[in-house]
Design a protein around this ligand. Structure first.
Ligand SMILES: NC(=O)c1ccc[n+]([C@@H]2O[C@H](COP(=O)([O-])OP(=O)(O)OC[C@H]3O[C@@H](n4cnc5c(N)ncnc54)[C@H](OP(=O)(O)O)[C@@H]3O)[C@@H](O)[C@H]2O)c1
Length: 308
C-alpha cells in the first residue's frame, strides 16, 4: 500500500480510503471483517458523512471496530456535513455545522475528527459564519483539519478568504468512466462536448494550491448510474482493455480501475465504496501499480474519449 503525506498537515495516509457510505448494508460482524481487512491491507484512512444511512453508517463503524483510544490513534477519521437529506437542501450555517459535528463525534465514539469536509456547496453560504464554526471546532479540539467536497476553485477561494485554516482536501467524483476533471484540458479549445470545462479546471487548481483530491465512486459511471466494471454492453472496449492489463499485472480488473486513478501525479486518494471483503483486497492491489503513460491513455481512450 502506497502512503502519501497530506500537504500542510502532519498526516501520513494510505492512497486508498475506505468509504463508509454503504456500511449500513452489513451486519456489525460483517462490517468488522471489512474494516479489519482494509486495515490489514494498509488502509489507515476512513471516510464518513453525517448523512450516510442517516447516521447509522458511523454508528456501525464504531460499534464494529469497538472504538477505543488505541484503535482511534491508528486511524485518520474524516466526515462531512452540510447536506440535510431529509428536507433536500444544503446548510452551512454555524448552528448546523456545530450540531452536525457533535452528532458525528457521538456516533463515531471519538473526541475528535482528523478532517471535516463541507459535503456539497451551499448556495446560501455565508463564509464568515463557516469560519466562525470552524474556529470553534478547532479551538475546542473537535476537528484538526478542514476541507471541502464537490467545490470549484472560486467557491474554495471565497471560503478560504474567511477561514483561518488551510483547506486541505477536495473530494470529487472521478473514475475511468467519469473524467470531466481532465477532459477539458486534453481537448482544450475544441468544438466537442469533451472540451467543455465543467469545473473551472479544479484539478489544476487543487495541484497549484496543494489541496489533496479524493476520488469518490471510483467504479461508477454517471451519478450512481452503475458500475462500469463488467458492463460489456455500455463499456465493451474499456472492459477488454482493463482485462488485458489485469492479465499483464497479475491482478483483477478492480485493481486496474484503482491503478488508473493512483497513476495520476496529483497523488489522488481513491475512496473505495465496496462492502465486499474480496473486492477490498483486490482493490488494494491497485494502490501501487504504476501503469505506463501509454497504458493510462489507452484506458482513457477505451472509455470513449478522444485524444486530439
Ligand atoms: N463526496 C461525495 O459527494 C461522495 C458521494 C458518493 C460517495 N462518496 C464516498 O465515496 C465512497 C465510494 O463511493 P461509491 O460507493 O459510490 O463508490 P464505488 O466504490 O465506485 O462503488 C461501490 C459499489 O459498486 C459495487 N461494485 C464495485 N465493483 C463492482 C463489480 N466489479 N461488480 C459489481 N459491483 C461492484 C460495490 O458492490 P460491493 O459492495 O458488492 O462490492 C458497491 O455497491 C463512499 O463510500 C463515500 O465514502 C462521496
Amino acid at each position: 500500500m502506497k502512503h502519501i503525506k497530506i500537504a500542510n498537515t502532519d498526516l501520513q495516509v494510505s492512497n486508498l480510503i475506505m468509504g463508509n457510505m454503504r456500511l449500513n448494508q452489513l451486519s456489525i460482524t460483517e462490517a468488522e471483517k471489512l474494516i479489519r481487512t482494509a486495515m490489514d491491507e494498509g488502509i489507515n484512512f476512513f471516510d464518513h458523512a453525517d448523512i450516510y444511512g442517516q447516521g447509522r453508517c458511523e454508528e456501525i463503524f464504531s460499534q464494529a471496530i469497538q472504538m477505543s483510544p488505541s484503535i482511534r490513534e491508528k486511524m485518520v477519521l474524516q466526515s462531512k456535513c452540510g447536506i440535510v437529506t431529509s428536507e433536500g437542501y444544503f446548510d452551512f450555517s454555524k448552528e448546523h455545522i456545530l450540531e452536525s459535528v457533535d452528532g458525528i463525534l457521538k456516533r463515531l465514539n471519538t473526541d475528535y475528527l482528523d478532517i471535516l469536509l463541507l459535503h456539497r456547496p451551499d448556495a446560501l453560504m455565508e463564509p464568515a459564519e463557516v469560519a466562525e464554526a470552524f474556529s470553534m471546532l478547532h479551538t475546542s479540539g473537535k476537528v484538526k483539519y478542514f476541507g471541502v467536497s464537490n467545490h470549484n476553485p472560486a467557491q474554495i477561494e471565497l471560503l478560504q478568504k474567511f477561514v483561518p485554516y488551510k483547506l486541505i482536501i477536495n473530494q470529487l467524483q472521478f473514475s475511468i468512466a467519469h473524467t470531466p476533471m481532465i477532459d477539458a484540458g486534453i481537448t482544450l479549445n475544441m468544438k466537442k462536448d469533451q472540451a467543455i470545462n465543467r469545473d473551472s479546471s479544479i484539478l489544476e487548481y487543487c495541484r497549484l494550491h496543494d489541496i489533496t483530491i479524493q476520488a469518490w465512486s471510483p467504479f461508477q459511471h454517471g451519478f450512481f448510474e452503475g458500475v462500469f466494471l463488467g458492463d460489456m454492453e455500455r463499456f465493451p472496449e474499456l472492459n477488454k482493455t482493463i482485462a488485458s492489463l489485469a492479465e499483464k499485472y497479475g491482478v483483477t480488473n478492480t485493481a486496474i480501475a484503482v491503478a488508473w486513478i493512483t497513476r495520476h501525479p496529483a497523488n489522488i486518494q481513491v475512496v473505495l465504496g465496496t462492502t465486499n471483503v474480496q473486492r477490498m483486497q483486490d482493490a488494494c492491489k491497485g494502490s501501487d501499480i504504476r501503469l505506463t503513460r501509454e497504458e493510462w491513455y489507452r484506458l482513457y481512450k477505451a472509455a470513449g474519449n478522444i485524444i486530439p
